[in-house]
Design a binder for this molecule. Structure first.
Ligand SMILES: Nc1nc2c(ncn2[C@@H]2O[C@H](COP(=O)(O)OP(=O)(O)OP(=O)(O)O)[C@@H](O)[C@H]2O)c(=O)[nH]1
Ligand SMILES: [Mg+2]
Length: 464
């Protein structure tokens, strides 16, 4: 009797669940575009189920109602009004880069597939709240710091600064360090100057060479840090196993590094990871291919480091500290509307190849894993052209700020990470396409490629 009595309560709870989706992506990878399209397309799923044909619950017209929810804590709402207004403007433009934490909260009412099939009636309704955090992509690269000591991080960063394109960009900073050794006296002014030179170096790596592995993230995108002296540090040469002697410049830097981790990185990671069940990792593979061998390798390294921080499995730090139980991970190559259909298949294969190691780790922890190529906001149409007497697939779109649509042949996307010889004949420069103009109201949704398949993978079991 008692068991039966408690059943309805349990059912109610089970049928009103909240799922947290972690959107993991470096700077400019397409997080804000993805969240905008995700939320806006679901908001219009009732009126326009045709926008999401591969999201089963939408295609079967089982999504009965959707609405945005107000914040449940002190993280402000994702500015959907602004991002949609940018796409609805004349001419439409891309939403601005993200400079602080924001959270989207979307509530869905849906009817269960089983009940619907059995009876053909709309009955057994359930509620789902989806929560997604948006943040400046630079911050993601702070996560690996949590597992590193100041000495380890310094050595790795200095070694990296002495190879490839970084070498010439690091010169002023490294010259300064040579004049002000780690063993020198702890001087606030010198620490600040060293920090500024190191920061200039990071900015140059990003702007001139399109490199990704740039730490700490807040040096490039500070957000709201009340005490900026927290940031006045940089890597310093320390011998392996040696810790900085008290009172030295290196000791001052180390103290700040640890304070930064404690006051800034850990709280962010806690927000990002707490009770997360689903994860989508967004990667702008095409831009990295386009930027050349070093940028491509650097993006890969940055991705590996970040995903290592998101270790899966029972004993993962994430699970122990924050109760994260990620059981589905989608690795998605973004902005796939830059290439025509066949190349999108290549892009998906390349994406799968790039994340082979983290995929295996996730599978080992019994998570379901998939790779995809998607465009959150589709700016182009597919077409064909004739180049040197050969028929080739192209995309057609309006470049940002342009007057006329262009026919763009993007070349062939390799299905595996390109070997050294490939880089001689670099990709054509990718244009930034103007986004499609949408109606601002909730009704119409946003054109996309494969967003519905991504949503189905991430939510299908919950919306069943
Ligand atoms: N063609 C095309 N371009 C896209 C798409 N998504 C994003 N972009 C481009 O990529 C840029 C960056 O996208 P965002 O969504 O702002 O990237 P983000 O990850 O939020 O970047 P941060 O906020 O700086 O971390 C946009 O301004 C567009 O130019 C897409 O689906 N198609
Ligand atoms: Mg953003």
């Amino acid at each position: 009797m008692r068991v039966l009595d408690s059943l309805p309560t349990l059912t109610t709870l089970a049928r009103n669940r909240t799922v947290r989706l972690a959107v993991t992506g470096l700077s400019r990878s397409g997080k804000t575009a993805f969240i905008t399209s995700f939320v806006q397309n679901l908001l219009s799923a009732v009126g326009r189920p045709g926008r999401l044909p591969f999201l089963r619950a939408a295609a079967e017209r089982r999504i009965l109602g959707t609405r945005l929810l107000a914040p449940a804590d002190d993280v402000p709402s994702f500015p959907l009004g602004d991002t949609v207004a940018a796409l609805a403007a004349d001419p439409p433009h891309w939403p601005a880069g993200t400079i602080d934490l924001r959270r989207a909260r979307l509530s869905l009412m849906f009817s269960s597939a089983g009940f619907f099939r059995r009876t053909g009636l709309l009955g057994d309704t359930a509620g789902l709240t989806v929560e997604i955090l948006d943040y400046p992509g630079e911050w993601l690269l702070d996560l690996p710091l949590l597992q590193q000591s100041y000495g380890d991080w310094s050595r790795a960063t200095l070694a990296l600064a002495r190879v490839g394109a970084r070498t010439s960009l690091a010169r002023d900073w490294l010259d300064f360090l040579a004049r002000h050794p780690a063993e020198g006296i702890a001087d606030q002014g010198i620490a600040l100057q060293a920090h500024q030179l190191y920061r200039n170096f990071l900015v140059a790596c990003r702007e001139r060479e399109q490199l990704s592995l740039l730490q700490p993230g807040r040096f490039l995108s500070p957000g709201q840090i009340t005490d900026s002296s927290l940031l006045w540090f940089c890597p310093m040469p320390l011998a392996i196993g040696a810790s900085a002697r008290p009172g030295t410049l290196a000791a001052l830097m180390e103290e700040r590094f640890e304070a930064y981790k404690r006051a800034v990185v850990r709280p962010f990671f806690a927000l990002l990871a707490r009770h997360v069940e689903r994860q989508i990792v967004l990667v702008d593979v095409l831009r990295a291919l386009n930027a050349g061998e070093e940028a491509f390798a650097d993006q890969r390294l940055a991705l590996d480091l970040t995903l290592a921080a998101f270790r899966f499995g029972r004993r993962s730090l994430l699970r122990l500290l924050f109760g994260a139980r990620i059981d589905r991970v989608l690795f998605a190559a973004t902005k796939a509307d830059h290439v025509p259909a066949l190349q999108r298949d290549h892009l998906e294969a390349l994406m799968a190849n790039l994340v082979e190691a983290p995929s295996l780790r996730a599978r080992g922890a019994h998570a379901r894993v998939a790779a995809a190529a998607l465009a959150s906001i589709r700016c182009t149409e597919d077409g064909t052209d004739v180049i040197d007497g050969r028929k080739v697939d192209i995309v057609v779109g309006l470049p940002e700020g342009g007057e006329r649509r262009i026919r763009f042949f993007p070349g062939i996307v390799p299905v595996t990470p390109p070997p050294a010889g490939f880089w001689g004949e670099r990709f054509t420069e990718f244009p930034v396409f103007q986004p499609p103009r949408i109606t601002g109201a909730e009704g119409d949704g946003i054109p996309h490629i494969n967003l519905d398949k991504a949503l189905d993978f991430l939510l299908e079991d919950i919306l069943a």
